[in-house]
Design a protein around this ligand. Sequence first.
Ligand code: CTP
Length: 402
Amino acid sequence: MRPFDGRRVLLGVTGGIAAYKTAALARDLTLAGAEVDVVLTRSAREFVGAITFEALTGRPVHDQLVAAGHALDHIRLPREAHVIVVAPATADFIARAAAGRADDLLAASLLAAGPAPVLIVPAMNDRMWAHPQTTANVARLREFGYYVLEPDTGLLASREEGSGPGRMPEPAAIREHIARLLEPASSLTGRKIVVTAGPTREPLDPVRYLTNHSTGKMGVALASAAWRRGAQVTLVAGPLDVALPAGPRVVAVETTEQMAAAVRETLGDAEALIMAAAPADFRPRDVAGQKIKKGAAAPAVAMEFTTDILKSTRDARPANCVVIGFALETQDLEAGARAKLAAKECDLIVANRVEADAGFSADTNRVTILGRDGAREELPLQSKTAVADAILDRLAGMLDGR
Ligand code: CTP
């Protein structure tokens, strides 16, 4: 089963250079199982032709409000769609949509839309985005209940580095937002969840540090899946080997002490804390101010413990906050995990064996979930995304019960 099987997407394209990225999005959604109905405005056709979108989606492209034999496309297309996306949305299109115009097929389709959520993905020059007229138009669209993405900052079509936002987000990020809008409301919708991911680095001198093999894959899978289910997710991330997810708010940290501080700061109103990170447990006691030179003998490094983040939050957790820890063991997995569950006062602990196709850098994981109440559930080897969903199902059940 592909993630978008059975899903119908009305993909509106307006006339901006970023339309070339929308071709990639159309292909990506189609390969993921979606039926993508592309609607082009007149100026969009100047940028990417209908033939390109027809070839990528395998479906006819629509660009006429009154096409021979299809006079009611503006009623039919939005009604059949599970989600309506406009990418790129130019300043002009945003102004037309805010004014309620129905002067082309795409604008008319928005007016005729039924319950399907609408995602607007602006892309324009940074000065046009910053103009109060655009700000007011965007505010109006949000009043209608449309989801309007914030544009990225970076290289603009003019090959200038924009000094502010304006650039269309990448197709992968837009796809994540579409997936979230397609998700039915669940027990995680609106919940405030803090997830930690990745290793930390403990400096030895200005050029060296102590760390571990954690990549952050499991934590990022959890943060993404929770966000897709509608949660308000803060991801406290050490230096990761994987891309940061599109939706969650990210707090980037380097050392275990920084991670501890970030968790403490975000924990205030959290309804769940998921500690998937592998923070370094020790750090060099003295950090050299200059690079340590090769002397006659190799240096002996004295170490000290870092803060145990989970333990340190025991008195600071909001009442009813569900706490999920991980336990990584190379021997006596379950006994070790149960001891950590108790010592760190977790509600659940996810016991992780270190083996070839599970653990740090693998895309798959084999875990056993242990509960404070004695529950024990062994999960099969599966993708880290599937493991994340299984953990979140348990979390949703616990949140419902509180
Ligand atoms: N953890 C933490 N703070 C640390 C180290 C670990 O909060 N300084 C959390 C991890 O995020 C994980 C759980 O504690 O959720 C267990 O981590 P693990 O590395 O398995 O155990 P440790 O407590 O570090 O114990 P040991 O290294 O002795 O196995």
